[in-house]
Write a protein that binds this ligand. Structure first.
Ligand code: KIV
Ligand code: ZN
Length: 502
């Protein structure tokens, strides 16, 4: 493979802007480690000026990453750039990413600046960032809807001021592939110093075209793709990493450029993002959806059994989806557990493994076979979730056609045991009512999904997702509800300040 596309992952920044996807610092740190293992080149860890929490998380990630570059986002303003630099300066390989909008509609209504002022602001921002590091990226927000010649002028000036990467965002997901590819060609032909920088693209999926647009741009010479795991992100999301990477790998002879991604970590990383954010992957999602490698029609199954290549363009193992899942039971030991967790992408410390092992044994006593989904739930509850205020200690619920549904609940709240009982329309309603009473909370139940036991709660404008798993549906539901309450508690103490322009 002669050429390589730089994979710039923005799951922790643009991905985190998905409604309800906010992650805490510990979760972000774990995900950053997994992204490094996956082999991404750059991790955009956050937008440090947006909030204290974002700053902290970016700073911690910067201190942790060894091989990947750590990028911090900043508006084209000195204060933002200073904040981003404070957060990433101690990284092994820091990058400053500064941006300003270039489309007339953004200039007129959002920035209230004219083109010359924007050009000047871009140059000053890049020059200032460049005084701090030689690894500066400049983005022209809403670039795809900008006047082409003005866009080229801004890129030329940004490169002259020291930008090593210039990024073309399709901020509102408006572009179509031939047009976007043509725009990349245009920029390459009309920006005299473009050969001195890497040309990057950043697409949103409002028309479902983010991957197609990114591939068209790569065909036209872009050499950095900005992506997120599972395509999560603002509104309809961003270009999904797994789609771009697997398209480049599967159609290598046609597309002719590769990436440094270890594709066998794609599936575990996708699961981790889904677990942490609570955003489920749609079953028919390309590459990582539950049905992506499932063959239903008899004629397809027959063909796949004779030769997988009849209907499979990729091997499931190439994305880390092992064909056979090792079933663990109560006789399985620590070594088998560690091996299975590693295969699933969880590289745990000895202390974490001990914790998971204890919970695994408890579950194996109740349930004959412990499946990967059970292990994921144990890891999510025991390791990925930190410092819960509310913990379920005991639950007993009654239901039936002739009894009044009732629940008795004992909980640990801030370390103190407390218990109560209450009624409801059914056992789950009774459990939720009692938990709400015990915790003194008043969230509104916005969603309740039985299959995955996911809840979405809203309290005073704050929205949080909760997930829970247990062989008993009522206990699993109560755990999901409590997890949602814990996430609300976290949001109350870590208010996310709105990023004004992103
Ligand atoms: O979509 C967008 O324009 C962005 C920029 C900040 C790169 O996310
Ligand atoms: Zn974006």
């Amino acid at each position: 493979m002669s050429e390589r596309v730089i994979i710039f992952d923005t799951t922790l920044r643009d991905g985190e802007q998905s409604p309800g996807a906010s992650m805490n610092s510990a979760e972000k740190l774990r995900l950053a480690g997994q992204l490094e293992r996956l082999g991404v080149d750059v991790i955009e860890a956050g937008f440090p000026a947006a909030s204290e929490g974002d700053f902290e998380a970016v700073s911690q990630i910067a201190g942790r990453l060894k091989r990947c570059e750590t990028a911090g986002l900043a508006r084209a303003a000195k204060a933002d750039i200073d904040r981003a630099w404070q957060a990433v300066r101690h990284a092994a390989r820091p990058r400053l990413h500064t941006f300003i909008a270039t489309s007339d509609i953004h200039l007129q209504y959002k920035l209230r600046m004219d083109r010359e002022q924007v050009l000047q602001a871009a140059v000053e921002a890049v020059r200032y960032a460049r005084s701090l590091t030689d690894n500066v990226e400049f983005s022209a927000e809403d670039g795809s809807r900008s006047d082409r010649d003005f866009l080229c002028r801004v890129f030329e000036a940004a490169i002259a001021a020291g930008a090593a990467t210039v990024n073309l965002p399709d901020t509102v997901g408006y572009a179509v592939p031939d047009e976007f590819g043509e725009l990349v060609h245009y920029i390459r032909r009309h920006t005299p110093n473009i050969h001195r920088a890497v040309l990057s693209v950043h697409c949103h999926n409002d028309l479902g075209l983010a991957t197609a647009n990114t591939l068209a741009a790569i065909r036209a010479g872009a050499r950095q793709a900005e992506v997120t795991i599972n395509g999560i992100g603002e509104r309809a999301g961003n270009t999904s990493l797994e789609e771009v990477v697997m398209a480049l790998a599967t159609r290598a002879t046609r597309l002719g450029v590769g990436t440094g991604i270890h594709t066998e970590f794609i599936y575990p990383t996708s699961r981790l993002v889904s677990m942490i954010t609570g955003i489920m992957v749609q079953p028919n999602k390309a590459i990582v959806g539950a049905n992506a490698f499932a063959h239903e029609a008899g004629i397809h199954q027959d063909g796949v059994l004779k030769n997988p290549m009849t209907y499979e363009i990729m091997k499931p193992e190439s994305i880390g989806l092992s064909a056979s899942q090792l079933v663990l039971g109560k006789h399985s030991g620590r070594h088998a557990l560690r091996t299975q967790l590693k295969e699933m992408g969880y590289d745990l410390s000895d202390e974490e493994l001990n914790l998971v092992f204890t919970k695994f044994k408890e579950l194996a006593d109740k349930k004959k076979q412990v499946m990967n989904e059970d292990l994921e739930a144990i890891v999510t509850e025991g390791i990925l979730r930190t410092a819960d205020v509310f913990v379920l200690d005991y639950l007993h619920a009654t239901a039936g056609t002739t009894v009044l549904p009732m629940a008795s609940v004992r909980m640990k709240i801030n370390g103190r045991l407390t218990q109560d009982a209450g009624y409801g329309n059914g056992p789950i309603d009774a459990a939720f009512n009692t938990i709400a009473k015990l915790t003194g909370t008043s969230s509104e139940l916005m969603r309740f999904s039985i299959s995955e036991v996911t809840v979405r709660l809203r309290e005073n404008g704050l929205v949080a997702l909760g997930k829970g798993a247990d062989p008993d549906i009522i206990t699993a539901s109560a755990k999901a509800y409590i997890n949602g309450l814990n996430r609300l508690e976290y949001l109350k103490t870590h208010p996310l300040q709105e990023a004004a322009t992103v």
